[in-house]
Design a protein around this ligand. Structure first.
Ligand SMILES: [Zn+2]
Length: 342
């Protein structure tokens, strides 16, 4: 689809500079705004892989007004040692307010992925995004559950890594600027033989345990497999440290106590009226589908029959959005949730 993009900068609550990418199709939107939020070590462009129909195209064609948020984990922004709680308090509420101000709609919807989803779920349960009435969450939200091998790998490696480097970066497999980077790249070369794309392998190493971890090669077209090379970069080890804590607690925990957030994220009813649609690829090896099942059960426990859970067969973590056939297998389900009457 022929589209025009317009970058709208916004200042997060602590002054960090983020931006929104407003994508417009050939027609004037007939529905309200949808905010799409990427995960860790990627950027807003994540939703625009070189496939025939991206989620952005799909939503534009159905009349949605599409906004992509580059929050502080974005590789397009200044590298920083972000945490989920900082994003929850400072980025997403300000992004939502900016979309509301720019569009004049007082209610918006959100599609949130991975660490964009965990951090946004914290915003929602803390009552910081009351303007959002429907949330489509992919992969993980409140309860990160990973394979046992990943639990072992991340718990063992993070204490060592944090003394060596502030960031991990899949780009090191193309260009390793430091000794640590060279050592990590060598380790990846030794252990990953699933394809000939160094960044694809670096991503698998960085985000868990799998060959690959975030998609199945069969679900990607060749252009997308190549495109991955420039779409992944730095992730702070500090974030992995927080994730180790979250995994061992069985639910998200804050890296630092903040007055805007509850002390225990799962000790009270979420302070949001948003209807959540939890999506998980059945083959997700980064966060197991059990992650979303637990979060659905938690939300359903507070508001019976209101939220929904979608387990998508033959899909994993990110091929939900960048898969060559996702526009046939996944996007109709996302659109249905966004468009369902309250
Ligand atoms: Zn690959």
């Amino acid at each position: 689809m022929k589209t025009m993009t317009h970058i709208v900068p916004f200042e997060a609550g602590d002054g960090f500079l983020c931006n929104l990418v407003h994508v417009q199709g050939p027609d004037v939107p007939t529905r309200g705004p949808v905010l799409l939020i990427h995960g860790a070590g990627v950027r807003a462009n994540l939703f625009r892989a070189p496939v025939e129909t991206t989620l952005v195209d799909y939503l534009l064609a159905r009349g949605h007004d599409v906004w992509l948020e580059n929050w502080r984990a974005s590789i397009d922004l200044r590298p920083n040692l972000w945490t989920l709680d900082e994003a929850a308090v400072f980025d997403h509420p300000y992004a939502v307010r900016k979309v509301v101000a720019e569009t004049g709609f007082d209610r918006i919807k959100a599609v949130i992925h991975c660490q964009g989803s965990t951090s946004f779920t914290i915003s929602a349960l803390a009552g910081l995004v009351p303007q959002v009435d429907v949330v489509v969450s992919n992969a993980v939200s409140l309860h990160p559950v990973v394979p046992e091998i990943t639990k072992f790998k991340i718990s063992a490696s993070v204490p060592v890594l944090k003394r060596l480097t502030p960031y991990l970066n899949p780009q090191w497999c193309l260009h390793a600027p430091t000794l640590t980077a060279k050592a990590v790249a060598a380790l990846i070369r030794l252990t990953h033989h699933e394809c000939h794309n160094p960044v694809c392998k670096g991503v698998s190493f960085t985000f868990g345990t799998g060959f690959p971890t975030l998609w199945s090669h069969a679900n990607l077209n060749d252009d997308t497999h190549e495109w991955i090379k420039q779409e992944f970069a730095q992730v702070p080890v500090r974030f992995f440290e927080q994730m180790v804590q979250c995994i061992s607690h069985g639910h998200l925990v804050a890296a630092n106590r903040r007055p805007e957030l509850p002390a225990d994220f799962v000790a009270q009813e979420p302070q949001t009226n948003a209807r959540f649609a939890f999506f998980a690829g059945v083959n997700n090896r980064c966060f197991l589908p059990e992650s979303q099942r637990r979060s659905f059960d938690f939300f359903d426990g507070w508001h019976k029959g209101y939220h929904s859970l979608h387990l998508i067969p033959n899909y994993g973590h990110l091929d939900i959005f960048i898969g060559k056939d996702a526009s046939r297998d996944v996007f109709p389900k996302i659109a249905e949730e966004l468009e369902r009457a309250a």
